[in-house]
Design a protein around this ligand. Structure first.
Ligand code: ME8
Length: 498
């Protein structure tokens, strides 16, 4: 069983490369788990309520419902463009989701975990979050959002609070004990913050006169539910919480949330506490990654430095190039500065040369020298050992959520195969049977392992070699005792470096 989620994105604008980074990563995990035979469920979607969306619609002069309906199509198109194999696209305006939100807030209310009081503080509508002194940055004596670098708005209102403070001991115990957050450094970061500042109660509702675009609070129709409380519940509503508890229980026990580090606090302090209050187990894993930077800043709409997804899909002739590049640079703890030069280099040297060109050369040689037929022989010993050790390292890395290490181990195997072909020079031999079998077996193993990352190109290779995928855990040298090669595809056209 493997249930994996992405954050649900704010559809006030189309997704950019940062959103693609998270979504492709989750897709790679989902594809890998399907291959190893796990019953897999992969969910992404949109976070459609709240002030940010209300304002975005206002600015366009349309109803928020119209905006989020249009944006759903746009998001789905982008995910299709990137070969994202999600099983469900959740929207927080779905009825079944809103039912769960109402049920959850009522349950907390009945348990005495919600109370009314007034609140005054500084708000960032882009984050949908209050910032306290010490958290915001001051520019010319005025408070600014530390993430968006925009002036904060001062808000003062009667609101409902969730007694987060009651969960302080629970959170400290949970974060210091169980290995939920990956990498662990993020758990320690949250732990330190809680130890330093304590867990303060959070406002969980908004007056309708200010934020009318949201789920109505069941016990007070003058309020809507705070968008973050609404949004986090997607992870349980999307797999049938309330409607189909059997299905919910089945998937929840294996839930893996993938998020960027910007929303770590919501996904630990708040989410784990809400789950506890609802008497639901904490998630199995919360997998956190760092940011893509552009021109020194976190890539984002408000910084005005986003790279559109379609620009890269076009440049690298489809989704595989973009998927490979982003997964190759994927980093959980370090922010990664992007640049055309870096992307072109990875694409040209690793995808086009190390992999694509090897596929082409092997295909051409088998067609020319062996009339397209390769049958089982003794495999070159060194390559054979390399296949075995790569498979082991690759599976270990994938199981540890470390996709970039998994890619590097396969790239290393491909480099060995390239060195081998240059060394044994099969083109100088009459019938290089053993050489070509050794090469094609190595390529078969590498192609299988790369499949979750570049599903399009690898499928073409399987088709050209008239063979099919296996469970990557079962790959071993000498997998197939016969290949019929019908084509030598050119997978990746090189790009001219700018
Ligand atoms: O926060 N680098 O939605 P959002 C890496 N709706 N990842 C990035 C990135 C960057 N420069 N920019 C964005 C929300 N991301 C809420 C989530 S979940 C219950 C609600 C990715 O549209 C990263 O995964 O602002 C980040 O956490 C997410 O987009 C934020 O998306």
């Amino acid at each position: 069983m493997f249930y994996v989620t992405t954050p649900i994105y704010y559809p006030n604008a189309p997704p950019h490369l940062g959103h693609a980074y998270t979504t492709i990563y989750a897709d790679v995990l989902a594809r890998y788990h399907r291959l190893i035979g796990d019953d897999t469920f992969f969910m992404t979607g949109n976070d459609e309520h709240g002030l940010k969306l209300q304002r975005a619609a206002e600015k366009k002069g349309i109803h928020p419902q119209q905006l989020v309906d249009e944006m759903e199509k746009i998001y789905r198109n982008y995910w299709r463009m990137l070969d994202i194999s999600y099983d469900h696209f959740i929207r927080t305006t779905h009825d079944y989701h809103m039912e769960v939100v109402k049920h959850a807030i009522s349950k907390l209310y009945d348990k005495g975990l919600i109370y009314k009081a007034s609140y005054a503080g500084w708000y960032c509508a882009d984050c949908e979050k209050y910032y306290s002194p010490g958290e915001y940055v001051e520019i010319d004596g005025k408070p600014y959002c530390p993430i968006h670098r925009k002036p904060l708005e001062f808000l003062e209102e009667e609101t409902y609070y969730f007694k987060l403070s009651e969960f302080e001991d629970y959170m400290i115990k949970l974060l210091s004990g169980k290995d939920i957050v990956y990498p662990r450094s993020y758990a320690l970061e949250v732990l330190n913050k809680i130890k330093a500042e304590g867990l303060r109660d959070v406002s969980i509702a908004r007056p309708k006169e200010r934020v009318w675009w949201g789920v109505e609070v069941p016990f007070d129709k003058n309020y809507t539910v705070y968008v973050w409380f609404d949004a986090l519940l997607n992870y349980i509503s999307g797999i049938g919480y309330l409607r189909d508890m059997e299905r919910f229980n089945k998937y929840w026990s294996s839930v893996h949330h993938v998020i960027g580090k910007d929303i770590l606090w919501f996904h630990t302090a708040i989410w784990f506490s809400v789950l506890k209050a609802l008497e639901i187990e904490p998630p199995r894993k919360l997998i956190v990654h760092a940011f893509l930077l552009n021109r020194g800043l976190k890539m984002g709409k408000s910084a005005g430095n986003v790279i559109p997804i379609e620009a890269l899909v076009e440049r690298y002739h489809g989704s595989d190039g973009v998927r490979y590049i982003l997964m190759r640079i994927f980093n959980h703890t370090k922010d990664v500065p992007v640049s055309n030069q870096l992307f072109d280099n990875i694409y040209n040297s690793e995808l086009a040369d190390n992999y694509g060109n090897l596929v082409r050369r092997i295909g051409v040689l088998v067609l020319k020298k062996l009339k397209g037929e390769v049958s089982g022989e003794d495999i070159d010993e060194e390559l054979s050992r390399s296949i075995t050790s790569t498979v082991e390292k690759y599976n270990k890395a994938m199981e540890n959520y470390d996709v970039s290490t998994a890619i590097n181990t396969v790239a290393e195997l491909l480099r060995k195969a390239n060195a081998y072909i240059n060394n044994v020079k099969p083109w100088e031999k009459q019938e290089p049977r053993r050489e070509m079998y050794s090469l094609i077996e190595t390529l078969y193993a590498a192609t299988t392992m790369l499949h979750p990352i570049i599903p399009g190109a690898t499928s073409r290779v399987f088709k050209a070699f008239n063979t099919d995928l296996v469970n990557p855990k079962e790959i071993q040298p000498g997998m197939n005792d016969y290949y019929h090669v019908s084509e030598a595809p050119i997978l990746f056209k090189k790009v001219k470096t700018r």
